[in-house]
Write a protein that binds this ligand. Structure first.
Ligand code: MIC
Ligand code: SF4
Length: 647
């Protein structure tokens, strides 16, 4: 029987297990990368494991999120990351070098290999044929310390692309928005999307990367494209031809499902507030006034995206009342467009140029005004993520965004009367690696520098026999990690300080949460109730660590998002599911809950009797943890588990 691309890569990297969907498989990893907002914790955990040097072939520490230096905290983190990379053998990408995924695509990603990144948009590298998975920091730390990476083998779904995009106004962003419209934010849970079909060759690597990047919003484990002549062309252009290998599915490869998508039929699309799957055609929103436009992010900040935007802006002026913010994805892209005077074109039109970083995407500046409409070429429009709670954030392609900025309203870009330049993929990218510091051989003299905001890591106690706790919050479906552990300029600087950042847990939903948790902790701790797809969105393990620090023992939900579930386990918090989803109605905020005999339930049946003391009722919850995950929970998390394995 023939193999698909995912099976080929998994097979060549398998450390243990079988490639049977739903069963655990251990993988050897080629590259691990971190970014600063998740990286400080990852590297502190790596230090705590006590290994002298990273044991993966390639480790890279990027700085791109926490870039507003309003006091000492962020630059201290950057210095810590630089020194810790030097100490343990990682490359360091300096602040200003660009957004991790864009830089990784240009500088390191290679077809046929596997990367883990401590960021949910790591699948960006799937555009080049690299199998790349977003993980929590502790998973990354243990892999850098030499462990295989274990995951539950996902199902492989083929997205069969037919036809051709009717460029120039229909772009790769419209393709992934259309897929999100069809499949929703939970449509990819437990799945890897493998792209194939005749339409693949119509897309270049950075267009493919836009699609795999935003596959994260489907809840997918990752997405991947074949490696073909277009991949070879891109790798040659970025000076890394030697990294090319051909990678394609066998003719008789099998998939758990095949979804056909005709590129020719796709039109300009837009995601409405407040979810990336709330997608409609742009023309259906004609006339919606726009206050702000942001172009960039790891989804749409390539040279091609910037060049196309500049061609639309050329000779025009941003509409009165609109703010246009642009952040190119990497220093290289920035330099390329500067050399071609395209930054000048953008500035002339009225764009406010930002540095090559995440910026407004994660609420680091650029927040919209009260109740304003912001259209962004980014990937997430969760309520409040922009920094403004009552803002209305839409997501669209960079060129559609440029049109809205000039016209001051949403309209079909094809009917705007504006012109767009024809894009010819460059044979040679401008290459500049001066902001990537390679690992040092002799690290004996390197001193790791920690600023005063960098606090010790937090670890949970081993699992007890009985959990008696208060239900502090009952939530609906699709709760995001932004809801659980908000980011933005006020919170992000505390990523290295768990006691402080825990004050912000659920603050956007219930500002009393952390205080109530402190009171509940004295009486045994707390539980949170969730609906479907609990914890969707980012990989930030702070959404597990900080609630754990506040006394969270378990989350009982209808279903979980992959990375957040793994993070809960890694920090010793039980992810439980309602055995009967209708029991969701039998528990409310404020109820006191007892789960007796927890260890036995976990180890033997994975069925837990939940007694609701307040209501005098009982219902059942289940878990689906494998043996390793059970042990991790028993020990109080992956760190104590890993340390014990070493002894
Ligand atoms: C995001 O887009 O939400 C982030 C910020 O990049 C996160 C990582 C983080 O919270 O640090 C992600 O996507 O994983
Ligand atoms: Fe940065 Fe936004 Fe991409 Fe997250 S989604 S890595 S915040 S640009």
């Amino acid at each position: 029987m023939g193999k698909n691309i995912v099976e080929k890569i998994f097979q060549s990297h398998k450390a243990y297990g079988k490639l049977i969907p739903g069963t655990p498989v251990g993988l050897k990893i080629d590259e691990v990368y971190t970014q600063d907002a998740t990286g400080t914790m990852t590297w502190l955990q790596f230090e705590a494991i006590g290994i002298d040097r990273v044991k993966v072939p390639l480790a890279v520490s990027y700085v791109d999120h926490n870039m507003i230096q309003s006091d000492f905290m962020n630059p201290d983190d950057h210095r810590f990351l630089q020194t810790v990379a030097a100490k343990y053998g990682a490359y360091f990408s300096r602040p200003g070098n660009g957004i991790c995924h864009q830089v990784n695509l240009e500088q390191f990603a290679a077809p046929g290999r596997i990367a883990l990144g401590t960021d949910s948009h790591t699948p960006t590298n799937g555009g080049i044929g690299m199998l790349s998975i977003g993980v929590g920091g502790l998973d990354a730390a243990t892999v850098m310390a030499g462990a295989p990476f274990e995951l539950t083998m996902p199902q492989v779904v083929k997205i069969n692309l037919k036809g051709k995009l009717s460029r120039p106004w229909v772009t790769a962003m419209d393709v992934i928005l259309e897929i999100l419209r069809r499949l929703t934010v939970k449509g990819g849970v437990g799945k890897i999307f493998e792209y194939g079909g005749a339409g693949v060759k119509d897309l270049n690597v950075t267009e493919r990367a836009t699609i795999t990047n935003m596959g994260a919003e489907l809840g997918a484990t990752t997405s991947i494209f074949p490696s073909d002549e277009r991949t070879k062309f891109f790798l040659a252009a970025v000076g890394r031809k030697k990294d090319w290998v051909k990678l394609e599915a066998d003719k008789d490869a099998e998939y758990s499902e095949i979804i056909d998508l005709d590129l020719t039929s796709i039109e300009p699309m837009i995601a409405q507030p407040h979810s990336p799957d709330n997608v409609v055609t742009i023309k259906s929103l004609k006339g919606t006034k726009v206050d702000q436009v942001c172009i960039g992010s790891c989804t749409n900040s390539s040279y091609q995206a910037m060049k196309a935007v500049a061609s639309v802006l050329k000779g025009n002026s941003v509409a009165e009342g609109v703010n246009l913010l642009i952040n190119p994805g990497s220093k290289q892209v920035y330099q390329m467009i500067s050399k071609e005077s395209l930054t000048s074109t953008m500035i002339a039109a009225g764009a406010r140029m930002l540095e090559a970083s995440c910026g407004p995407c994660i609420g680091m500046g650029g927040a919209p005004g009260s109740a304003q409409v912001s259209v962004r070429s980014y990937n997430r429009n969760f309520k409040g993520r922009s920094g403004t709670k009552d803002a209305f954030v839409y997501l669209a392609s960079p060129v559609s965004c440029a049109v809205f900025a000039l016209k001051g309203e949403i309209l079909d870009p094809r009917k705007s009367g504006l012109k767009i330049g024809k894009f010819v993929e460059p044979k040679k990218y401008f290459i500049n690696r001066n902001f990537i510091i390679p690992p040092k051989k002799d690290t004996s003299k390197v001193v790791v520098i920690k600023g005063p905001n960098i606090k010790d890591i937090s670890v949970k106690e081993p699992l007890e026999e009985k959990i008696e706790a208060e239900v502090l919050l009952k939530l609906g479906d699709n709760i995001t990690t932004d809801d659980i552990m908000p980011a933005g300029s006020k919170v992000l600087p505390f990523r290295s300080n768990i006691p402080k950042i825990s004050e912000f847990v659920f603050s956007g939903i219930d500002s009393t949460f952390s205080q109530r948790a402190a009171t509940a902790k004295e009486k045994g701790g707390c539980i949170v109730i969730g609906g479907e797809n609990y914890g969707q969105g980012s990989s930030r393990e702070h959404a597990a660590i900080a609630p754990m620090y506040l006394g969270l023992h378990a989350v009982i939900a209808k279903s979980f998002a992959r990375i957040h579930k793994a993070n809960l386990i890694n920090f010793g918090v039980l992810p439980l599911q309602f055995k009967n989803p209708s029991d969701y109605k039998r528990v409310d905020k404020g109820d006191r809950i007892i789960i007796r005999d927890v260890k036995n339930s976990l180890m033997v049946s994975q069925v837990y009797a939940i007694e609701n003391l307040t209501k005098g009722t009982t219902f059942e919850a289940i878990s689906d943890l494998n043996n390793r995950q059970k042990e991790i929970i028993i020990k109080g998390g992956l760190l104590p588990y890993t340390k014990q394995q070493e002894e």
